[in-house]
Design a protein around this ligand. Structure first.
Ligand code: SF4
Length: 371
């Protein structure tokens, strides 16, 4: 039994930050995979050919496969498999099952996966344990079909939202695929559909001039500076993400993209001195959004499953991420699956603080959910 104790001290469970470290400002390096594989089916697609042209223009090592099956992606051990996979882009057709869209509450009505796998190296990665096989980035060449399929899920009474970031960071691979721009253009023409994506990258130039009609919400995933620094390898700094999101949100007349935007604070962890670190983050968001815009926020606390813990410890054996079950509550889904979330007193304390601090700074920017 957990009783809510709003002002109880929250246990220190994450790595000790370096107090002397100043916020970083660098952008993300463009991901250039060592190998780009194309299946025969993918090359039949006009959009697959477009990706081939991009990969060739970037002088990447392209391999045209003889079969539609991806093989030879494993190394001698888990670390070697991880290294190979994270430097491989495979361009494939999404299987027929991808046309049956899965609900994805609370973030959106349905998943819309333009790709699976991600070039970044977050030590808490949400994909660990949810995608099978080596973590290769798979870009889907039958994109037009995937986009057109969303019409089946539209409704007459309200727009239906589609989340493009469940299994990838779409912006992190956009220079290789162009899929996000295609999707933004597509949803601009749909009255009944809305697109959402979230990213830890900052390469937004190709999105700025697109005719989106306000049908795409661009979000940045943000975290306290010490956590981003220690746990989010290969991503843009928090400052670069904030400035990229600001550019997307600024009015077109001021050189911006004029998009509805959002911040996703995730995964929230009660690191030592968490109020100060997250307070500084919220102050930085406030400084970046010093103009009127359509801004939302989502709060996601850290969680893991037994399966994701095992995969993450294989990928990042030296991680400083706290994956201990102590101080956690067990949540079961309807299929009996288990995940570990913070216990109720911790959750209550975090939630009360984040809601109050957000609303104080952003009285007109709605909180979409806490989980
Ligand atoms: Fe995983 Fe998201 Fe980080 Fe990519 S950006 S490594 S999907 S947590």
């Amino acid at each position: 039994l957990f009783l809510p104790v709003l002002n109880a001290p929250v246990p220190a469970i994450a790595p000790e930050p370096d107090p002397a470290a100043a916020p970083r400002t660098h952008g993300a390096k463009l991901w250039l995979p060592k190998r780009v594989l194309f299946t025969p089916d993918a090359l039949q697609e006009e959009y697959g050919q477009q990706i081939l042209a991009r990969a060739t223009a970037l002088n990447l090592d392209v391999e045209l496969l003889k079969s539609n099956r991806l093989t030879g992606l494993r190394g001698d051990d888990e670390r070697a498999t991880y290294r190979t996979a994270k430097t491989t882009l495979a361009v494939v057709n999404a299987p027929a099952g991808a046309l049956r869209l899965q609900p994805t509450p609370p973030s959106a009505d349905y998943q819309l996966n333009l790709a699976e796998g991600c070039p970044a190296h977050c030590q808490y990665c949400y994909l660990a344990g949810s995608l099978s096989g080596p973590p290769v980035v798979r870009a889907f060449a039958n994109l037009p079909k995937l986009l057109a399929n969303t019409q089946v899920y539209e409704r007459a009474d309200r727009p239906v939202s589609f989340e493009a970031s469940c299994y990838t960071d779409v912006l992190g691979i956009e220079h290789l695929t162009g899929a996000l721009a295609e999707a933004v253009r597509y949803f601009a023409g749909r009255e009944g559909g809305r697109l959402r994506f979230v990213s830890k990258y900052d390469h937004v130039d190709s999105l700025l001039g697109l005719p989106h009609r306000g049908h795409t919400r661009a979000r940045a995933s943000l975290n306290a500076e010490p956590l981003a620094r220690q746990l989010e390898g290969g991503t843009a700094s928090i400052e670069a993400r904030l400035q990229a999101l600001r550019r997307l949100a600024l009015p077109v007349a001021q050189g911006g993209g004029g998009y509805p935007v959002g911040v996703l604070l995730a995964p929230i962890m009660p690191l030592p001195d968490w109020r100060r670190h997250y307070g500084e983050l919220l102050d930085r968001v406030r400084a970046a959004f010093d103009f009127d815009c359509d801004l939302t926020v989502e709060f996601v606390t850290h969680r893991f499953t037994p399966g994701s813990k095992q995969v993450l410890l294989g990928w990042y054996p030296g991680t400083t991420l706290d994956l201990s079950e102590t101080g956690r509550a067990v949540k079961r889904n309807k299929f009996g699956g288990v995940k570990y979330v913070y216990d109720m007193p911790t959750m209550k304390e975090l939630k009360a603080w984040f809601y109050a601090e957000w609303q104080r700074r952003f009285p007109h920017a709605p909180i979409q959910y806490w989980t």
